[in-house]
Design a protein around this ligand. Sequence first.
Ligand code: TTP
Ligand code: MG
Length: 551
Amino acid sequence: MNPTACNDEHQRIIIHIDLDCFYAQVEILKNPELKNIPMGIQQKNIVVTSNYKAREFGIRKCMLLNEAMQLCPHLVLVNGEDLSDYRSISYKVTSLLQKYSEYVERLGLDENFIDATKLVEEKLKNINKEQIQSIGNIFGSTENLCQCGCEIKVKVGTLIAAEMRKLIYEQLGLTSCAGIAHNKLLSKIICSKHKPNQQTFIYPDSALELMLSLSSVESVPGVGRVTSEILKQVNVKSIEELQNVEISKLNKLFDPEKAKFLKNLSYGVDNTLVKRSGKPLSIGLEDSCKLISAEKEVKEKLTELLKRLMLLVDKDGRIPKTIKLTVRTFDKMTKTSRRQTKQSNINSQFFTSSGPLIKLHNLEKILLILMNLFRKLVTIHRPFHITLLGLSFTKFIERMDIRHSIASFIKNDIEVQSITSIENLNYDDSSPESAAQSPSSCRESSDPESEPTPKRTKLNIFKRNLMEYDTCDSPSKLRVQDLQLSSEKHDNNLNIKCPPNADKSVFEELPLEVQQELWFEFKRTRMDSTAFGNRQKKLKSNSLLNYFVKQ
Ligand code: TTP
Ligand code: MG
């Protein structure tokens, strides 16, 4: 539970940091000559962002290329369709902020919320309150301020935000803006009031004034296009109208919680917590394309996407366990598009060697999986038309966990060979990937969840149990539960059993050969230790059982 959970009060301090012209800044870091000339980042026929020099000519975000070139004919364009550098710098920024607080929530690639409540409290212990001077621009009046102590907290928040921005600049060379307020909503809105390279703060008393300064409900963070369309049904377009509409009317359109949430937003009240963000849950790429109608072309496109994706995964450092294929087909008869996704497990062994690129033979094996998935999604003996292909890796494990994972037992290729027997999940993919690259659809969405903390895997328990056995006084002291394997695939003649104290469910997941080896290894060590009375006797150096025990 976030320690600074609060109700409707002004006890928290939330800082929102948004990097200035993010993609452009990254490109300038790579090529400083771009700094003082108008420069835009191009994705397909859109200028997704530009440096502030270009903005002086009226270039705006997501402007059509033609329009931008008319406004600024000497605009220098940099292709920004490969997001890997943006993504990696984005994570560096988040990591820097995580040095201050564990409560850092990423939003898109260049925004972070930080719950600075604790930091403020700490700073207040060592500072003379009388001497605190806020840093940055203020929104609203300073007359008749609330006396609950929030004023001083916001002031200290501005000092911390300035420190954070300074660190980002010193360490990464990036300028940013910050908003400081007592909740996420206000901190985000206020952040963009003065740009670039500035910060703005607001006292709780000015929340209402800030909300009423917004042009429509659509400009409230948290109110999407769909919600604002629904609100129009009850003639709610402005913030004032949202404040005045009866909650009973909203309850008819939304579930009561959402209705209350919307009402609260209109008054600048937002009790949502800063969630802890980790690495993305999935890493993906997708490319819309001109009609593809031949399997060979699909394979070529997937090869290209896979090579690019492998570079991203390599940079991320974790190992994926699942690959997902997204296909958008176009029906020429009905003139409609359909987006479908299918996924499959993949062998973690493909990724165990580190290096910039996956080995070619592994790439081909993954392609084989992908083409299998493709044939399950598209009936290839009938004419088909593909307008988008996407790939993503999900279910990541940390590289250091790989040796403890079941996958590390499985011999190379086993999953490729058994592709038809692997359970493939098929579902409609209506939501975008958490880190999908989609130049045509503009920006990345936020990482929705925090990184899972490393869990004690079943295999670790298995390993520990084996070690416990190895250090037992004598086999007779063991809680021996020689479990007969139930699975039909096991050859009963061999009488393979799960070694005592090992986790049966894990053992049963292992391939038969591995089970055999473990069981015989176990029997051999038992005989050895009984015969020699030496429980510390070393296992054969190349044995599978030794694989665990050594660690
Ligand atoms: P923003 O923070 O909205 O824009 P910005 O950082 O370029 O500029 P500002 O100084 O106003 O903050 O978005 C961050 C990056 O996301 C931006 O550099 C490019 C990308 N982006 C898209 O790809 N599509 C979009 O529609 C927008 C708005 C941004
Ligand atoms: Mg930005």
